[in-house]
Ligand binder design. Sequence first.
Ligand code: PRP
Length: 167
Amino acid sequence: MLIGEAQLQQRVQELGRQIARDYADHEPVVVGVLRGVVVFLADLLRAMPELRCEVDFLAISSYGSGAGVVRIEKDLERSIEGRHVLLVEDIVDTGLTLRFILRNLETRRPASLAVCTLLDKPAHRLVTLPLRYIGFSIGDVFVVGYGLDLDQRYRNLRDIWVIDPPD
Ligand code: PRP
């Protein structure tokens, strides 16, 4: 086990308090990137009940394995023009997915665009990206649980575990 439930919950509470403070006057649109983010986002939203905000979702599929070729499978429901957008991810690894998403969202002219990621895994980062809120920085390990999967399994585990992925 890498990060236990209690540690996760404590850090998510801290992030929620900080985000609620920072965005108190901005009524942000909180955008979750499906599917891995759902568990973290559900807890994060409940860690900032005082914040006026909207919630929207993007679904992405990557193909070409690791080349950063990404397609939007499900787009936002509402315009973000002139809005303060907080993009929430479960993990940033190479950063290629996030770079694609940020470039795409920037073309929609939000008032601001910032990123919150539960996990930052810088070992294989290929592009430098601004990560405003980071839950935990982790080493070069494959993790599952708390939303993160291996072939769509283990998302429902309450802790984050290191697993040996098949070759
Ligand atoms: C994960 C994560 C990011 C991406 C990060 O999604 O949610 O979107 O990988 O990787 P990168 O920094 O190397 O681009 P995944 O493809 O596992 O889909 P999921 O959210 O449905 O689990």
